[in-house]
Design a protein around this ligand. Structure first.
Ligand code: HEC
Ligand code: HEC
Length: 222
C-alpha cells in the first residue's frame, strides 16, 4: 500500500531513525516529502479557506464552489445530527437515531417531562458523553440536511420562509457566532469535530454571499 500521508511517512522515518540510533547505526537520510497525488481523497478534517477560491474568476462559479466547500461542514455528522430528516428509514440507515430515544416535541426542544436540556447541559459532560451548549435543541423541520444534496441545502438556507426568517447577513453571522454551530468543533468525548474550524467555515459563507450566493445544481438527494 503506498504511503500517501506525509505525516505517516514522517512518523515512520522517525521510528526508523530512533531504531537506528538505538542500534548505533547512522540515521537514514530523510526521505523527501511525497508530492500530494492529484486525485488523492482529501482528509475529512480538511477545509479550504475562502482565499483559495480567488483563482476562479467568474463570480457565480466561485460562489458555487465556495458553497460546495462549506457544505462539507454542513453535511458532517456534528451538524446533520441536529439538522435531521423526519424520514425515519433514511435516518436509521444513517445510524443517527438518538439513543436514548427522544422526541422532537412541538418546539424542537423535546416533550414535557423529557426536554433536551434535562440531559444536555450548558457544557459537554465528558464522562457521561452527553454533549452540551446553552439551549441545546433541534433545528426546525424546515432545515433538514441529512442526506440532502448541497444544492438543496443551499436553496433552503437562502429561503427566508425556511431559514427562520434570516437575511443572508444574518446567516453569515449565525455561521460565525452561533453557540450550537460552534459546538461542532468542540464536541467532546472523542467525537470527530466538523472539518476545519468555525472561522474558516464562516469565511466561506461570507465569501459565498459576497459572490452572489449562487447555489450548486439541486441534484436528486440520495
Ligand atoms: C435522557 C437524556 C437525553 C435527552 C432527554 C436528550 N438527549 Fe440527546 N443525547 C443524550 C446522550 C447520552 C447523547 C450521547 C450519545 C452518545 O454519543 O453515545 C446524546 C446525543 C445527542 C446528539 C448527538 C450529538 C453528536 O453529534 O454526536 C444530538 C444531536 C442530540 N443528543 C440531540 C438531542 C435533542 C435535540 C434532544 C431533545 C429533543 C435530546 N438530544 C434529548 C441524552 C439525551
Ligand atoms: C444542538 C443542535 C444543533 C447543532 C449541533 C447544529 N445546529 Fe444548526 N441550527 C440549530 C437550530 C436550533 C437552528 C435554528 C436557529 C434559529 O433559527 O435561530 C439552526 C440553524 C442553523 C443555520 C441557519 C440557517 C438555516 O436555514 O439552516 C445554519 C447556517 C446552521 N444551523 C449551521 C450549522 C452548522 C454548520 C452546524 C455544524 C457545525 C450546526 N448548525 C450544528 C441547531 C443545531
Amino acid at each position: 500500500m503506498p504511503l500517501r500521508s506525509p505525516s505517516l511517512s514522517r512518523l515512520l522515518a522517525l521510528a526508523l531513525a530512533s531504531l537506528a540510533i538505538s542500534c548505533g547505526a547512522p540515521p537514514p537520510p530523510e526521505a523527501p516529502p511525497a508530492p500530494p497525488a492529484p486525485s488523492a481523497p482529501r482528509p475529512p478534517s480538511e477545509l479550504r479557506d475562502a482565499a483559495s477560491f480567488t483563482s476562479i474568476a467568474e463570480p457565480s462559479e466561485r460562489s458555487r464552489a465556495l458553497f460546495l466547500e462549506a457544505s462539507r461542514v454542513m453535511l458532517h455528522a456534528r451538524c446533520v445530527n441536529c439538522h435531521p430528516t423526519d424520514d425515519i428509514p433514511r435516518q436509521r440507515e444513517a445510524h443517527e437515531l438518538h439513543n436514548p430515544p427522544v422526541l422532537r416535541g412541538d418546539d424542537d426542544k423535546g416533550i414535557p417531562g423529557l426536554r433536551c436540556i434535562s440531559c444536555h447541559q450548558e457544557t459537554n459532560l465528558e464522562l457521561a458523553r452527553v454533549p452540551g451548549t446553552p439551549d441545546w435543541h433541534l433545528a426546525p423541520k424546515s432545515m433538514p440536511w441529512l442526506g440532502k444534496a448541497p444544492g438543496t441545502i443551499c436553496n433552503q438556507i437562502k429561503d427566508p420562509k425556511r431559514n427562520g426568517g434570516k437575511t443572508l447577513a444574518q446567516i453569515v453571522d449565525h455561521a460565525a457566532h452561533d453557540k450550537l454551530v460552534a459546538w461542532g468543533w468542540a464536541p467532546g468525548s472523542g467525537r470527530e469535530p466538523a472539518p476545519g474550524n468555525q472561522e474558516r467555515f464562516a469565511g466561506l459563507m461570507a465569501a459565498w454571499v459576497e459572490t452572489g450566493a449562487a447555489c450548486p445544481p439541486e441534484e436528486a438527494s440520495r
